[in-house]
Design a protein around this ligand. Structure first.
Ligand code: THU
Length: 128
């Protein structure tokens, strides 16, 4: 299954009764493993988590830390970019030039990179 298909499959499991906006994310690591996540909302709204955060948590819990490629999919009119917090989370584990494919359930696709999504990212270097 390609990465967008993996993201589309896990999107079906999203818990999004408040926004009715389901999102799926899939990460391929440098080892070639795929981890997936979906958004999980909560009645206490700020406690909800994004699809990307779920996929990253699954990757780290499995003992991996190097993202090679990302796909995110939602049923939006155009490919929805990750929120600001998720951009920072992706930058923690993915190099600036890795591809991030943003897709819609209707078949649109936009390929960008972690560096394009978060120019001037705060990084460990800034704490030297
Ligand atoms: N959401 C994600 O899961 N990922 C994104 O990239 C954008 C937003 C979720 C959070 C919330 O559950 C819903 O979409 C509406 O904001």
């Amino acid at each position: 299954m390609d990465l967008i298909a993996e993201a589309a499959a896990v999107r079906e499991n999203a818990h999004a009764p408040y926004s009715n906006f389901k999102v799926g994310a899939a990460i391929r690591t440098s080892a070639g493993t795929v981890y997936v996540g979906c958004n999980v909302e909560n009645v206490a709204y700020p406690e909800g988590t994004c699809a990307e955060a779920g996929a990253i948590a699954a990757m780290v819990a499995a003992g991996e830390r190097e993202i090679a490629e990302v796909a995110v999919i939602a049923g939006s009119p155009d490919p929805v970019p990750p929120c600001g917090g998720c951009r920072q989370k992706l930058a923690e584990f993915g190099a600036r030039d890795i591809p991030v494919t943003l897709a819609t359930t209707a078949g649109q696709k936009r390929v960008t990179t972690v560096g394009e999504l978060l120019p001037g990212a705060f990084s460990a270097h800034h704490m030297d």
